[in-house]
Design a protein around this ligand. Structure first.
Ligand code: FE2
Ligand code: FE2
Length: 153
């Protein structure tokens, strides 16, 4: 990989672990997929490849966002911290919008800078997983533990 990249390629780190199994396995998949995309796209500049990668990432990310947004509802995050939940969801939507935009540009044959796209994806994923996803994960972990401790009847 060239050394003068304008971004730091993502790497899985233990700091990304939330302790919520579904979130962690999906994050792991997203990080690994983006890591492979970095390697492929920096070797070959092909708009078809970029389009494929963007679509695959988008599909998986949308499924992942649904998982997290369902957890927000199920464990009462959206009730207890409505502002945090709202801004978290807004970050998910902004990511989707941005990637849809890339796909549309490519479909219309407009130029897209793969380095710019990769920079956005790497920075967004790292900041998001280390930021708001950690807050959500900690909340869900605690709420789930409390739930289990309560008598079920
Ligand atoms: Fe996430
Ligand atoms: Fe998230």
């Amino acid at each position: 990989m060239p050394l003068d990249l304008p971004f730091e390629p993502i790497e899985w780190s233990n700091k990304m672990v939330t302790g919520v199994a579904a979130m962690d396995s999906q994050h792991r998949y997203l990080v690994d997929t983006l890591k492979r995309a970095n390697e492929k796209l920096l070797r070959r500049d092909e708009s078809m490849l970029l389009g494929e990668i963007a679509r695959d990432l988008l599909n998986y990310a949308i499924m992942h966002f649904e998982t997290e947004e369902t957890l927000m509802q199920r464990y009462g995050y959206a009730n207890e911290f409505p502002d945090l939940a709202r801004s978290h969801i807004a970050q998910h939507r902004e990511f989707s919008r941005r990637v849809v935009d890339v796909c549309e540009h490519l479909r219309e044959g407009r130029p897209v800078s793969r380095v710019e796209v990769l920079k956005y994806l790497n920075e967004w994923l790292r900041n998001h997983v280390l930021g708001v996803d950690q807050q959500l994960g900690a909340f869900v972990r605690q709420a789930a533990a409390k739930h289990q401790a309560e008598p079920s009847a």
